[in-house]
Ligand binder design. Structure first.
Ligand code: GLP
Length: 245
C-alpha cells in the first residue's frame, strides 16, 4: 500500500480527482468503481469542474458502485443511485446506461447479487476502484466478520454504521438495516484501488489498517494483500501513525 499524506479534506479531494482524471484521459474506456458517503463528494465536485472547464469526457466510461440500501428505489433521495446521479452523473457527459449500481428493490435480491457480480465480470472487471472506509473498517458495506471470499451479497448493517449514516437521513429509524454490497473478493478483483481517508473520526481505522494484522474482523485490512493500493489520507486521519513498523 502506498500512502500519500495530504493536509486536509480539500487537498485529498484535489489529489484524488487528479488521479482519476489522469486515468480517464489516458484510458477513456476505463471501468471505474465508485463509492458513496461523505468522503468522495469533494472529489466528485472537482471531477465535474474539470469536465466543465477542461472537457474531460466520460462518454465511454463505465461505472460500478459498491453498494445500495435494500428497500430504497433510485427515486428515493437517500438511495445511493440518487446520490450518484446528483453528486456526479447528472453533471458529466456519461451515458447513464453505463452507470451500474445494485438494485435495492429487485424482487429477487439473491438473483440481483449474482447478476451484479456477473455484470462486472462481463465488462472485464473494475480497473480503478475508489474506496472510503468505515470507522469499524468496513469497505463498501462489508462489515467486520465478512468473509474475505465474499462476492456481491446482502448484509445486515452494523448498529455503528446505521448510526454513522443517520446523518444523511431525517432520523436514525429511517436508515435501512440491510444493504447489497460488492463483496471483499469482488473489491479485491479490481486491478487498482484508491482509498480515501479523511478526518479524526477515521484516525483509529487508519491506525488499524496501517499497523494491524490482516483479519476478517477489520475488513479493510485485506487491502494489504492487494498489489496496487494507493491511500490518500489527510493529517487528521494519519496523526500519530507509525509509518514503519
Ligand atoms: C458508508 C459506505 C461506504 C463508505 C463508508 C464511509 O456506509 N457504504 O462505501 O466508504 O460508509 O462513509 P463516509 O465517507 O461518509 O465516512
Amino acid at each position: 500500500m502506498k500512502l500519500i499524506e495530504v493536509k486536509d479534506y480539500n487537498e485529498m479531494s484535489q489529489k484524488a480527482a487528479e488521479y482519476i482524471i489522469e486515468k480517464v484521459r489516458n484510458y477513456p474506456r476505463i471501468n471505474l468503481g465508485l463509492a458513496t458517503g461523505g468522503t468522495p463528494v469533494g472529489t466528485y465536485k472537482i471531477l465535474i469542474e474539470d469536465h466543465q472547464k477542461n472537457g474531460t469526457s466520460y462518454q465511454e466510461v463505465t461505472t460500478f458502485n459498491l453498494d445500495e440500501y435494500i428497500g430504497l428505489s433510485g427515486n428515493n433521495p437517500n438511495s445511493y443511485r440518487y446520490f450518484m446521479n446528483e453528486k456526479l452523473f447528472n453533471h458529466l457527459d456519461i451515458n447513464k446506461n453505463n452507470t451500474f449500481i445494485p438494485s435495492g428493490v429487485a424482487k429477487d435480491i439473491q438473483a440481483e447479487c449474482l447478476r451484479y457480480e456477473q455484470l462486472i465480470t462481463q465488462h472485464g472487471g473494475v480497473d480503478l476502484q475508489l474506496l472510503g472506509i468505515g470507522q469499524n473498517g468496513h469497505i463498501g458495506f462489508n462489515e467486520p466478520g465478512t468473509s474475505f471470499q465474499s462476492n456481491t451479497h446482502v448484509v445486515d448493517l452494523a448498529p455503528s454504521t446505521i448510526k454513522a449514516n443517520a446523518r444523511f437521513f431525517d432520523n436514525e429509524e429511517e436508515v435501512p438495516t440491510k444493504a447489497i454490497t460488492m463483496g471483499i473478493a469482488t473489491i479485491m478483483k479490481s486491478k487498482e484501488i484508491l482509498l480515501l481517508v479523511s478526518g479524526e473520526s477515521k484516525n483509529d481505522a487508519m491506525h488499524k489498517l496501517w499497523n494491524g494484522e490482516v483479519t476478517e474482523s477489520f475488513p479493510a485490512s485485506i487491502l494489504k494483500n492487494h498489489p496496487y493500493v494507493t491511500i490518500i489520507a489527510d493529517q487528521a486521519a494519519v496523526a500519530g501513525l507509525k509509518m514503519h513498523s
